[in-house]
Design a protein around this ligand. Sequence first.
Ligand code: 5GP
Ligand code: ZN
Length: 111
Amino acid sequence: MEDCIFCKIKVGELPSTKVYEDDDFIIIKDINPVAKIHLIAIPNEHYPSLEMQTEHGAQVLGKILHKIGELGDSLGLENGYRLVINQGEDGGQTVQHLHIHIIGGEKLKNM
Ligand code: 5GP
Ligand code: ZN
């Protein structure tokens, strides 16, 4: 946890551009965007991955999904977006602190 980039961002030890913050999670701009809009929703609590998730963590994930739905238009995502969780090595996860990518602002290639 001490070496976790997202834990450091949460407490302000590393800079970030926050677009939303509450008691449970933050939403920041991804430093290396894959589309015109690329945000990451990061729960405050450090869970390395979905299998480490607690019930409370799962509730926070639900809150994040609800908030993304509320914020969509105000974040420039009125035309739609894609949510992604990269899980584990095969999923391409590079930061071991569970997070949800919010990608949009342009027409995305079909998966
Ligand atoms: P993952 O590959 O684990 O699903 O996603 C990690 C994401 O974090 C990547 O999209 C990467 O660009 C982003 N990222 C890595 N380091 C930083 C950072 O210091 N600041 C921000 N804003 N994003 C970061
Ligand atoms: Zn962390």
